[in-house]
Design a protein around this ligand. Structure first.
Ligand SMILES: Cc1cc2nc3c(=O)[nH]c(=O)nc-3n(C[C@H](O)[C@H](O)[C@H](O)COP(=O)(O)OP(=O)(O)OC[C@H]3O[C@@H](n4cnc5c(N)ncnc54)[C@H](O)[C@@H]3O)c2cc1C
Length: 606
């Protein structure tokens, strides 16, 4: 390797995303260790990149660039998923992953809530480590974020968003912001009433280990300016420390290992390629203590595989010299999917995202309202109200989804999201709303997400060079349970729209369904429609999952790669299982936990 750039640090972290930036900043709080971070993306707040910076900062612009048929933004890895026989998609399906300082925390929808007690008990049984229970992870959940309660005087929603202050930390210097947008979506209060009328009760807060019920969701936004809060806040904390160094626009190409005679392979560095000025500068960052992969669920397993750690078939296909065979690398890919969605035209008083997309004057006014007053629909990440439920046991059995009855009792099977706009097949949300709203009409949807998904996919290599992005097979709908639950959830969405609570907002009444429309009635018709609209909630996980041994997993409960020294994986890929709920809080929590695990390991070695 020509050593154009050689740098040495105690810890080398690959990826300054949600987990990596948090972890690296925490490690560098100890001035006695040095930390280097390698990040393929740029800093969205520097280089006078006003457009990309606003994509990140303005909560209401989160829908831009994430559509399945949209050209992804410059802050994206630009993944397209593999086709699968269950889907009826005519065009390649894009899958957003942030390639930027902050990673996917700079591209996500900002919803933040924690998994249930029972789902994290499953983490305990999968890893054999009780320190991963909800109660034991709670300090790590609290550590990153400063919480600001909703401001009812501004929000004026009826009934108000509720929360339980005991679920949040008391450290007001915690860098990440969690709070509520100052302007709720009008449509959400009707969803709130509709789901209650259909038997889903209100729950006080989604952050106390319970999810079953409905409420407004907390989001990662800064209460003062209303801007999105990302893991970049940890970069601000660390950037001036003399023991911290970040390599932006630099890609990790592969890991290097040394193997002492008779010993285990030991990770000792990362070969990198600088993307600056388009020049493929190659160098190596040497790790004196450990290499930590935080490249996310797609990139971390790919990096392991090109470096010789992975399934036999993958390594031999590309003639990669094995360092350690582990059949679990890149396997067990799970994701939450939007299984069903229904859209109606709504009344003019009930504003929706359609107004922003179709009315440039309104959009301009609201950009001003957002930046001057921290008010208006752009303060809101669009989907701000959630509800969760389980299928009744007899129903689950009757539709062939009886396996879901064995999930812990607090684990919801379906999540509903208020989505005031046209969603359709998620091809291009901005364009779909602009077209639908051109004549002055406005629309709103409710989405159903599968949060106990059964379909399992994989990450495989496209070549032995990571410049060829790995192949992502999500296998959506491959398990019949997911198909059956989606059809059931679709009918449930129709019940919500048929409720008395929803009647005042529907133009033309319940018979006037906009998408998919009254022509879709039988189960077979519904399923065929859902095959053409199923989309991701962008929660890909478990591709380097934590577990007990090399037979069932890639890392142990301290995130150390089985069979290799000085190498950990800390990101959504290392979840033992994908718990219900939006996962960013879990990613921050395991990054906080891993920083403490690594420090404890170092102290034990002294
Ligand atoms: C559109 C979208 C909406 C979402 N909505 C929500 C939501 O509302 N709530 C929620 O909780 N979750 C949401 N999520 C999911 C959540 O954001 C992710 O699960 C989480 O951010 C993943 O964190 P991570 O650390 O695993 O990976 P990432 O945050 O993606 O970080 C990986 C980092 O590694 C870098 N990297 C990768 N490979 C290399 C390499 N070879 N060399 C150098 N750098 C590399 C990447 O550029 C990136 O910065 C959403 C995600 C998306 C994309």
């Amino acid at each position: 390797i020509p050593p154009i750039t050689v740098w040495t640090a105690d810890y080398v972290v690959v990826g300054a995303g949600t987990a990596g930036m948090t972890l690296a900043a925490r490690l560098s709080e100890d001035p006695s260790v040095t930390v280097a971070v390698i990040e393929a993306g740029r800093d969205y707040k520097e280089n006078a990149d006003v457009i990309n910076e606003s994509f990140v900062n303005v909560p209401g612009s989160d829908v831009i660039g994430v559509g399945t048929e949209e050209t992804p933004t410059a802050l994206d890895w630009q993944y397209y998923i593999e086709n699968n026989p269950e889907l009826r998609r005519t065009k390649p399906v894009a899958y957003t992953r942030g390639r930027v300082l902050g990673g996917s925390s700079a591209r996500n929808f900002m919803l933040t809530q924690r998994p249930t007690v029972g789902s994290l008990d499953r983490w305990v049984s999968l890893t054999g480590d009780s320190s991963l229970s909800f109660q034991n992870l709670l300090p790590d959940f609290k550590r990153s974020a400063t919480f600001t309660p909703p401001r009812p005087q501004l929000r004026q929603e009826l009934p108000a968003a509720t929360f339980d202050a005991r679920n949040y930390g008391s450290d007001s210097t915690a860098p990440l912001f969690v709070g509520y947008p100052n302007t709720p979506q009008n449509f959400s209060k009707f969803v709130d009433l509709a789901v209650q009328e259909c038997g889903i009760p209100r729950i006080q807060d989604f952050n106390g280990g319970k999810l079953l019920g409905g409420n407004y969701a907390a989001v990662t936004v800064d209460p003062t300016k209303g801007e999105r809060s990302t893991s970049r806040v940890f970069y601000e904390a660390a950037r001036n420390r003399p023991n911290f160094k970040i390599f932006l626009e630099t890609r990790a190409k592969r890991l290097t290992f040394s193997t002492p005679a008779g010993g285990k392979p030991k990770a000792d560095g990362v070969v990198v390629s600088s993307l600056l000025n388009g020049v493929g500068e190659t160098g190596r960052i040497v790790a004196k203590r450990e290499v930590i992969l935080s490249g996310g669920s797609f990139n971390s397993p790919a990096l392991l595989m090109v470096s010789g750690v992975g399934p036999t078939a993958e390594l031999s296909k590309f003639n990669i010299a094995p360092v350690l065979i582990n059949e679990n690398v890149g396997r067990n890919l799970v994701d939450h999917v939007f299984g069903a969605t229904i859209t109606y035209e709504i009344t003019p008083e009930t504003r929706s995202y359609t107004d922003l997309a179709a009315n440039p004057l309104f959009l301009t006014q609201q950009l001003g309202n957002f930046s001057a007053n921290n008010l208006g629909p752009l303060t809101n990440p669009v989907a701000d109200y959630l509800a969760w439920e389980r299928l009744p046991p007899a129903t689950a059995s009757a539709i062939g989804a009886g396996v879901l009855n064995s999930y812990p009792a607090d684990w919801p099977h379906v999540e509903y999201l208020s989505a005031p706009g046209v969603t359709g097949n998620f091809a291009n949300l901005l364009q779909q709303n602009a077209v639908a709203g051109a004549g002055g009409k406005r629309y709103a949807s409710i989405l159903a997400a599968l949060v106990a998904p059964r379909s399992v996919g994989s990450v495989k290599l496209a070549s032995k060079d990571l410049k060829d992005l790995p192949l992502i097979d999500l296998n959506w709908f491959s398990d019949p349970v997911d198909r059956a639950v989606s059809v059931w959830a679709f009918k449930r969405l129709r019940q919500f729209f048929a409720s008395k609570a929803m009647a005042p907002v529907l133009v033309g009444g319940v018979a006037n369904e906009y998408l998919p429309g009254a022509k879709i009635q039988t189960d077979a018709q519904i399923l065929e429609y859902l095959r053409s609209t199923v989309s991701t909630v962008w929660h890909a996980a478990c591709t380097t999952r934590a577990g007990k041994t090399i037979q069932d997993s890639v890392v142990n409960s301290k995130w150390q790669v089985h069979g290799i020294d000085a190498l950990r994986v800390v990101d959504a890929g290392s979840f033992p299982d994908l718990a219900p709920g939006h996962p960013q809080s879990v990613v921050y929590a395991i990054a906080e936990r891993a920083a403490r695990d690594i420090a404890a390991f170092r102290r034990a070695q002294k």
